[in-house]
Design a protein around this ligand. Structure first.
Ligand SMILES: N[C@@H](CCC(=O)N[C@@H](CS)C(=O)NCC(=O)O)C(=O)O
Length: 202
């Protein structure tokens, strides 16, 4: 088994944190996105959309998509559960994971990709879209502050993949000059707790 990883990119980091939480070690191969290694014919055979991460199994089968890769490891190693344990909690974690991915992670990623000069080589940049995305991300952080006034973690009492997605998004926000305001005390409290977990260093 081999995980195709990029140390500085947020999606592969989500997988690394997920694996660290479960105590799983997987051989990895670093793919340099800025060096264009993900656009080679060899890598496109694994990941036709030329995106990282990808997981290649020993029998040659390949999974792409961060959450699908995490799901695979969740099925192989159910404990500690990071995607729920029963019908409701599994659906609830999926709901929050999707919310964090679509409503927080993506607007932050779009802000970065459409406003940061270093991304001009990867993205046909539309600065106005970057700024609209910044507004969306900022508003979602405000709403997240209200969400986290009711629960310890994003999806309730248990740490889950939704926390991983949201924490990685918040960290990635620094590259796009998106910060959690001091007034968002619930997000600050949650972020301090989840980023102190050893897995956050992954
Ligand atoms: N939907 C994919 C997105 C993966 C993705 O966008 N990966 C980025 C790194 S974080 C990438 O490979 N970017 C290369 C590029 O944009 O050319 C997932 O969840 O894994």
């Amino acid at each position: 088994m081999k995980l195709y990883d990029t140390k500085l990119a947020p999606n592969p980091r989500r997988v690394r944190i997920f694996l660290a939480e479960k105590g799983i070690t997987v051989p990895t191969q670093e793919i340099s996105i800025m060096g264009g290694e993900h656009k080679t014919d060899a890598y496109r055979k694994l990941s036709p959309m030329a995106l990282v991460p990808a997981l290649e199994l020993d029998d040659g089968r390949v999974l792409t998509e961060t959450v699908a890769i995490c799901r695979y490891f969740e099925e192989l190693h159910p404990a500690p559960a990071l995607m729920g344990t029963d019908a409701f909690s599994k659906a609830n974690v999926e709901m929050w994971q999707r919310r964090m991915e679509m409503e927080l992670f993506l607007p932050i990623a779009m802000t970065f990709r459409h406003t940061h000069p270093a991304m001009a080589q990867l993205e046909e940049q539309i600065a106005a879209f970057g700024e609209v995305s910044r507004g969306r991300a900022t508003r979602r952080i405000d709403i997240l502050d209200a969400d986290l006034g009711k629960t310890r973690y994003i999806a309730g009492d248990a740490f889950s993949i939704a926390d991983i997605t949201a924490m990685v998004a918040i960290d990635f926000g620094r590259s796009a000059r998106i910060k959690v305001p001091e007034t968002a005390t619930n997000v600050q409290r949650w972020y301090a707790e989840v980023s102190a977990r050893p897995s956050a260093a992954a």
